[in-house]
Design a binder for this molecule. Structure first.
Ligand code: F0G
Length: 350
């Protein structure tokens, strides 16, 4: 039975033992072995995907949002507020609806995938499209919250990272230990920070015998950490990680360095190739940003980075249904036929 990450990992979370818990029974997502993908990509190691699209609103954000919104309600927040490329806002809007508090969202104008916008609006959030990018929207959120006492539920809120670190616990629990490598997309850099917290905590408690090396991947057109400078006009098909000034920049570098890992960039073409491959070879339909983790691992495999016997986990952060426009663009057209069996047989069975 799913219990939600607060009930499941309460002893590990910096959260006072108070009610009510605002939850949609998030977490407990599948860790799926993907041997066909490993073969196709020439990876000699064991490859798994942590399928975060299986969360209630279809992304990993729900792990952080249950803690952040529970915390906001405990503190008597008037409303929650976030800047978002779409997944944070979908999650914030859902948990705020459940808590009965208003949710205000600032989005980069015209740059959010349709499914995410639909979710955010359906849950009743008040959405403002800002004439700027995500980084501009987050800056406005910082200014607004300071002046009006709203609860910010972006990953600059430590409660978000507390919740998100539980994905690392689940991976260790499922494998019996930490993997050799954990690969994930990097945008605002909260998630890589949270995973590293989670792996370190489990290791310190003796619940795992080792620590993984973290492999973070940014989009080539939005790779401030890789380039070592802020990007003023980030561009990528992976709109979720179209971010030029990550809030947790320094923490992401620390996670990279302490784990002996790396943060690299992958091109939009590499991302889209991995996106299609996961859907077609393994039945796992993630969104483009999520596929950055697979694209990065594919690149490293080509360079002979991995060894047999190692275990690699790629985090697939969000569901492919969130971006239906990209999915249809990347797919073949449908065939239109008269409703006659002979015509069908001619086309399908030739
Ligand atoms: N993958 C997906 C699907 C995301 O939505 C995000 C971030 C990331 C990866 C990157 O995670 O920011 O912790 O490094 N989405 C945020 C949002 C920015 O507003 O939904 P990160």
């Amino acid at each position: 039975m799913r219990a939600g990450i607060i009930a499941r990992y309460r002893e590990h979370l910096a959260l006072p033992a108070q009610e009510p818990i605002i939850t949609l029974l998030e977490g407990d997502t599948p860790l799926i072995p993907v041997p066909s993908l490993a073969r196709e990509l020439g990876i000699p190691a064991e490859l798994y995907v942590k399928w975060e699209g299986a969360n209630p609103t279809g992304s990993f954000k729900d792990r952080g949002m249950t803690v952040a919104v529970t915390d906001a309600v405990m503190r008597g927040a008037r409303a929650v507020l976030c800047a978002s490329t779409g997944n944070t806002s979908a999650s914030a809007a859902a948990y705020a609806a459940r808590a009965g508090v208003p949710c205000y969202v600032l989005m980069p104008k015209g740059a959010v995938a349709k499914g995410k916008l639909a979710q955010t609006l359906m849950h009743g959030a008040r959405v403002v499209e800002v004439e700027g990018n995500f980084d501009d929207a987050l800056e406005l959120v910082r200014q607004l919250s300071a002046q009006h006492g709203l609860a910010v539920v972006n990953s600059i809120n430590p409660a978000r990272l507390e919740g998100q670190k539980t994905a690392a616990f689940e991976i260790c629990d499922a494998l019996g230990d930490a993997p050799d490598f954990l690969a994930l997309p990097v945008g605002n850099a909260g998630n890589i920070t949270a995973y590293w917290m989670g792996f370190r905590e489990y290791h310190a408690l003796g619940k795992s015998s080792r620590l993984p090396r973290l492999l973070g991947f940014q989009s080539a057109g939005a790779a401030p950490i890789v380039e070592g400078r802020p990007i003023d006009r980030p561009e990528t098909v992976a709109t979720a990680i179209r971010i030029g000034r990550p809030a947790s920049w320094k923490k992401a570098e620390a996670a990279r360095d302490e784990s002996g890992g790396l943060i690299d960039k992958v091109t939009d073409d590499e991302i889209l190739a991995a996106y299609r491959l996961a859907a077609r070879r393994e039945g796992v339909f993630c969104e483009p940003a999520s596929a950055a983790s697979l694209a990065g691992v594919a690149r490293l495999a080509r360079e002979g980075f991995f060894r047999p016997g190692q275990r690699i986990v790629c985090v697939l952060t969000g569901h492919g249904l969130k971006d239906p426009d990209r999915a249809t663009e990347e797919s073949d057209d449908t065939v239109v036929l008269p409703a006659r069996a002979e015509a069908l047989a001619e086309v399908l069975l030739q």
